[in-house]
Design a protein around this ligand. Structure first.
Ligand code: ZN
Length: 149
């Protein structure tokens, strides 16, 4: 009888611990996984867009990249531009490139008030060995790099 009671208590304790960890992992201020904490995120502007304050966050349980995008002063339009995510290793070698869009596609010119901005929010998977991500404005279509034979 004592043994079964101890078993029930043990089961209860485990259940409570699991429930508590589920509650904590669902918390809004989720901590970045350790491989993501080591990654430097670097903005690079193009002629048409400026990438501002790119950062890695955990959103809905997924590692995501967020950034603001501003229209450059002299740019006629931002509708033809996009953002490249260039994953680099510690030696600066390209591991992979993802392309993503910002919304809205056409960032209006500033008439008055705060500067209008676009927004990037995209789930990312870090290739093994990622040390940095360049968040690079790119005007015009993204051309796939030819595979080397
Ligand atoms: Zn591109």
């Amino acid at each position: 009888m004592n043994t079964s009671r101890a078993k029930i208590l043990a089961t209860l304790t485990v259940t409570i611990a699991v429930a508590a960890s589920v509650v904590f992992s669902g918390c809004a201020t989720a901590v970045l996984p350790s491989d993501a904490q080591r990654v430097t995120v670097i903005p690079k502007e193009s002629a048409a867009i400026e990438v501002y304050r790119p950062k890695l966050v955990v959103k809905n349980g997924n590692l995501s990249l967020q950034a603001l995008v501003f229209r450059q002063w002299k740019a006629a339009t931002t509708a033809d531009s996009h953002v490249d995510l260039v994953f680099l290793d510690a030696a600066g070698k390209e591991l992979s490139v993802d392309t993503t869009n910002f919304t809205p596609r056409s960032i209006p010119t500033q008439v008055r008030g705060p500067k209008p901005n676009g927004y990037v929010s995209v789930p990312v998977t870090l290739p093994p060995g990622t040390a940095a991500i360049e968040v690079r404005g790119h005007d015009g279509p993204h051309e796939q790099r030819k595979q080397q034979a």
